[in-house]
Design a protein around this ligand. Structure first.
Ligand code: FES
Length: 115
């Protein structure tokens, strides 16, 4: 599976996120990469309630306590490690998780299409 490298690991601190574009099944999509207190995750930036971005374009994904990601439209809360919605109109649904790769200090995503 091709890897698309996004950023050096030191470019993000715990509690920070960055957005990126990728292709899946011929469709251009937006994802977000988040550095947690003890790891990294990446998800498609699309709420499971309505097909719109979680952050409404301001790169704010974490709740203030950093315990969850949240959707700014109707307040859905998602677990940061699994992407599962634990509160809100899409409770039980799950964000689409994007596999990560780490190599030579860089963080990348695994894509199903050549970069
Ligand atoms: S669009 Fe995200 S909770 Fe409604």
């Amino acid at each position: 599976m091709p890897t698309k490298f996004l950023i050096p690991e030191e470019a993000l601190q715990p509690g920070e996120t960055i957005k990126f574009e990728y292709n899946q099944a011929g469709v251009s999509r937006e994802g977000f990469l988040a550095r947690l207190q003890d790891g990294w995750v990446a998800f498609e930036n699309r709420c499971r309630h309505l097909p719109i971005s979680l952050d409404l374009d301001n790169n704010q994904f974490f709740t203030p306590d950093q315990d969850y990601f949240f959707c700014q439209s109707h307040g859905a809360l998602y677990e940061t490690t699994t992407g599962k919605c634990v509160q809100g109109p899409c409770a039980g649904a799950q964000l689409f998780k994007i596999p990560l790769t780490f190599k030579q200090g860089m963080v990348g995503i695994e894509t199903d299409e050549p970069i």
